[in-house]
Structures are given as C-alpha cells and as structure tokens.
Design a protein around this ligand. Structure first.
Ligand code: NAD
Length: 355
C-alpha cells in the first residue's frame, strides 16, 4: 500500500515524539512492503512564529490532501499572551473542523506492569482496563445556540443533535466494537434530556445492523462512578460531546500515564487525525526525555482506522507491550530513583521488538 501522511510536529516535545513515530512507521513499511510519503506541515506556535497565524490555508490543504494526519502537540508559554483567536490551540480546532472530523476515539489502557501509576486500588484494576471512548466532536452543547438575557443576569446554552449526527458516530462505535470485545455502552442522560432519548432511539436502530455487538445504556452520572468503581466492565463507550469531554479525561486519569495514551479523530471515510492526548510538555521540551509511546500508539491507530492495516497496528501495540513488560521506561513512568531511557532510546527498544 502507498500511504500519504501529513506530519504536524507542532511545538515543545512535538517534533521529538513525532520523529520516533515516523521511525516506527518506516520500519513497519519495510517489514510489510508498504511505501509512505510524508508532507511536513507547520501548525501551532511554530506557524505563528513563521507566518503570524496558527494554521495557514496551505497547511490545512496539505492535511486535507493526505490520507491521514499525525500530530505531535501545539502550544506553550511562549504564546500564552497571544489573543484567543490566534492561539496555537486554534490550529487544532481549525484542523478538526476543516477536515470534518466528528468523532474522537480515545483508548484508556492499563499495562499491568504500570498499575502502580493508577490512582485506583490494585484489586479494582487487576482484571485489566482496556476502554475505547468515542466522543462526538462537532455537535451538542458546545456548538448550540447560547446567549444572555438583556440584563445579563440569565444565560442559556443549547444541546441539540440530529439523528444523522448520531447515526454516523454510532456506526463508528459499532465498527470499532467489532474489532474489540463487541460491547458498546451508550452513555447519556435519557431520564432527563430529550436529545439523549434521540441518541437511544438512533443508536438502537444502528445496533440492528450489528447483531454480534451487545448494546447497553448507562446514565452519565452512573458512568462516571462506574469508571472508578469497576472500569473493566467497559469495552466501547459511545457518548455525546460534553459527556465525552469529561469522561475521556476521567478514563485517562485512571490509567495514570499521560505519556502513553493515543487518540484518533475521524470523519466520513477513512481520513483521520492522530495525536497523543498529552500537550507539548514545555517543561521537558528539548531535553530528549519525553515519552514517545502515546505518539507511536497514535501511529498504530492510524494504520488501523485510516488504512485498515490491522496486522501492522497490532504489531506496533505488541512491540510496546513487550517493551513495557521488559522494563523499558522513560522518566515519566520510571520508579523514583531508577534509571530511565531517552526518547530515542525508547524508540530504539520498540523498533527492536517490531516483527
Ligand atoms: P501537558 O500534557 O503538556 O503536560 C502535563 C505534564 O505531563 C507535564 O509535567 C509534562 O512534562 C508531562 N508530559 C506530557 N506528555 C509527556 C510525555 N510524552 N512524556 C513525558 N511527560 C509528559 O499539559 P500542559 O502542561 O497543561 O500543557 C502544555 C501546553 O500544551 C499548553 O500550551 C497547552 O495548551 C498545550 N496542550 C496541547 C494539546 C494538544 O496539542 N493536543 C493538548 C493539551 C495541552
């Protein structure tokens, strides 16, 4: 297969971690007989410095004409005083809306060897945590009509969804579940919200086309408790924008390792944007000690979702698992006082285990 990938290294540790993911992608291409063309694109603070804006039209076009986008991270203290609409983070919003990415996929996985990093008790996580949260990204209360009364003393925000918006992400959830444990939990507030009742109706209709997948429903208040009480009950969690915003951060926290968690944002068709969930980590940028694993696992998600290369994606994930179980550690996941590897040494260890 010939893949055309846009690389958006961004700011801070972004370029360091994207470099390691590219080494992994190149090795996969050579093992499995694929070819990859890369286009490197400036976005975020680096683009502000060069061009005065976080995302140029040309940058968006370069991403839109690629098969998939791999992003490091954007932002940092250097641009903290830049006004709101010109901030580096605007590049992310510009890419998501410009590429029509309406679903965000965030896995939350605990590696048994790193279970000490989780704030949860051992007995809660010993049966393993491997959750995929699908959050709707372009609708709901963040995009609904909002306003204030004339005297400014009352305010409203509106949560609104169409069945089409729900259907397209529900399909993604069921397709993802088919690659996993075939279990979807729709998280909503259908005892109160009319929009949630439309989610239930629409998602249960979509479920009819996936008879192998079990669908159940959970209210969001209960889901937030269940995530800390019994997280191993979940496989795929499907939910609307604001609930997903909150629950995906909660799920990431229970794994305890921010440098290990990837994400994908998908639209219609196969094109997607893939990035670690963490930011540009300005406190460690340039020191060569960032953990590249979240970005490497984002590249694995890219192979799975944009290129349907399941075997290649699994090869990367297995190499990471093996490296972790063999004691490969960057500073953020090393035990206090233990020695640790640099970003590129961690990349070397994962490359060695790619077969
Ligand atoms: P952050 O995720 O960058 O860092 C939080 C902490 O985690 C820091 O101590 C950092 O050193 C550590 N950390 C993060 N990733 C790591 C890695 N791969 N390896 C080792 N340690 C890692 O969050 P922050 O400090 O709140 O934000 C820093 C900047 O990043 C801000 O400008 C913020 O706006 C931006 N940001 C960007 C994105 C994105 O590009 N998607 C997401 C979140 C924050």
């Amino acid at each position: 297969m010939n893949m055309h990938i846009a690389l958006v290294p961004g700011d801070g540790i972004g370029p360091e971690i994207v470099k390691e993911a590219v080494r992994v992608l190149d090795r996969i291409a050579s093992i499995y007989g694929h070819s990859i063309t890369y286009t490197t694109v400036d976005a975020g603070g680096v683009s502000i410095d060069k061009y005065g804006v976080p995302l140029r039209k040309e940058a968006l076009e370069a991403c839109a004409s690629s098969d998939a986008v791999l992003l490091g991270a954007v932002g940092g203290p250097k641009w903290d005083k830049v006004p709101g609409d010109k901030r580096p983070e605007k590049a992310l919003l510009g890419l998501r809306s410009g590429l029509g990415l309406f679903s965000n996929l965030r896995p939350a996985v605990i590696y048994p060897e790193l279970s000490d990093a989780s704030p949860l008790k051992k007995e809660i996580i010993e049966s393993g945590i491997d959750i995929l949260i699908l959050r709707e990204l372009t609708g709901g209360i963040y995009f609904g009509k909002r306003g204030r009364s004339d005297d400014g003393k009352s305010a409203y925000d509106t949560m609104s969804y169409s069945d089409g918006e729900i259907r397209r992400i529900a399909v993604k959830a069921f397709e993802s579940a088919m690659l996993r444990k075939k279990h979807v939990t729709l998280v909503d507030k259908a005892n109160v919200l009319e929009s949630s009742r439309l989610w239930r109706e629409t998602v249960s209709e979509v479920a009819e086309s996936y008879p192998d997948v079990t669908l159940d429903y959970m209210y969001v208040d209960n889901a937030s408790m269940q995530l800390v009480r019994n997280p191993s009950q979940f496989d795929v969690i499907l939910t609307e924008n604001m609930f997903g915003d909150i629950l995906s951060d909660e799920a990431s926290m229970i794994t305890g390792s921010i440098g290990m968690l990837p994400s994908a944002s998908l639209g219609e068709g196969k094109r997607g944007m893939y990035e670690p969930i963490h930011g540009s980590a300005p406190d460690i940028a340039g020191k060569g000690i960032a953990n590249p694993i979240a970005t490497i696992l984002s590249a694995a998600m890219m192979l799975r979702y944009s290129f349907s290369l399941e075997k290649e994606a699994a090869a990367i994930e297995n190499a990471v698992k093996e490296a972790i179980s063999d004691g490969v550690r960057t500073a953020d996941i090393a035990e206090k006082g233990d020695s640790y590897l640099s970003t590129s040494e961690c990349g070397d260890e994962i490359l060695r285990r790619l077969v």
